[in-house]
Unconditional design. Structure first.
Length: 265
């Protein structure tokens, strides 16, 4: 029993020595840790100071960055607006080009139509002039024939009138001679003047012949006058046709000049 106590005591001393050594080591480590802790605290204080300075610098940088962000955002907005305006301007330029091309095409179509109308007008005018010349020549020839026919009719009627006047005049002279001979014969037979039925018959016959002659002369004069009036109306109609033809030529010339001016304008 004593022996076991001695063994335990040795072991206990050994353990105690070992424990002291551990404690010494721990104290050494603890001192070392304290030194490291102080150093760490100093570093922490320095780091905190740097952190505060960094925070302040970060705040300043944040403000600068925020200002830069706003500036960049504004620049981006301006760039987007400029891009949108550029796109709008490009679209408008394309539309203007399209409208210019459409306007040019429309002008070309109108010019072709004007040229076509001018050609049609020239052909129509040429045809109209040709027709008018033909009608004018035909009317002129017809007018000449009418004038010649009227002149012949007037000449024939005048000759007829003269022949009838001469015939009536001869007949009247013959009747006057017969009447005078009868009167002389009656006067030689009868010393007293009295009413003779034969003389009255001759007188009435002579008067009737004179009236008939006057009526025929008046009828022929009226016929000649009517023919002259018809001839005058034909001349007026022919003159009006000439005036209308000249008026149409002047109107056509004025319309052509206006068309040329409008085309040049």
């Amino acid at each position: 029993m004593k022996r076991n106590s001695m063994v335990n005591l040795d072991k206990l001393l050994e353990d105690f020595s070992h424990l002291e050594m551990k404690i010494s080591e721990l104290h050494g480590k603890n001192d070392l840790l304290n030194l490291q802790l102080e150093k760490t605290n100093r570093l922490l204080t320095i780091s905190q100071s740097k952190e505060e300075a960094a925070k302040e610098e970060c705040v300043a940088l944040y403000k600068v960055i925020k200002g830069l962000q706003q500036t960049i955002e504004s620049q981006c907005n301006l760039r987007d607006e400029n891009e949108r305006l550029k796109n709008t301007a490009h679209i408008l330029e394309e539309k203007v080009k399209v409208h210019e091309q459409e306007y040019k095409n429309m002008i070309d179509r109108l010019m072709r139509k004007i040229e076509q109308k001018e050609e049609e007008h020239k052909l129509s005018q040429s045809k109209f002039h040709s027709d008018m010349n033909k009608k004018f020549e035909a009317s002129k020839e017809e007018f000449k024939q009418v004038i010649q026919k009227r002149d012949i009719n007037i000449l024939e009627l005048t000759n007829q009138l003269r022949a009838q006047e001469k015939e009536k005049q001869n007949e009247i002279i013959k009747l006057q001679i017969e009447f005078n001979a009868k009167m002389i014969k009656l006067q030689t037979k009868t010393p007293k003047p009295y009413s003779n039925p034969t003389a009255n018959i001759y007188r009435r016959k002579l008067q009737h012949l004179e009236e008939q002659k006057n009526k025929e002369i008046e009828f022929l004069h009226n016929t000649i006058k009517e023919l002259e009036q018809q001839l005058g109306r034909s001349q007026d109609s022919h003159l009006k046709q000439l005036q209308l033809w000249e008026l149409h030529q002047n109107t056509t010339s004025n319309v052509k000049k206006k068309c040329n001016k409008a085309t040049l304008g």
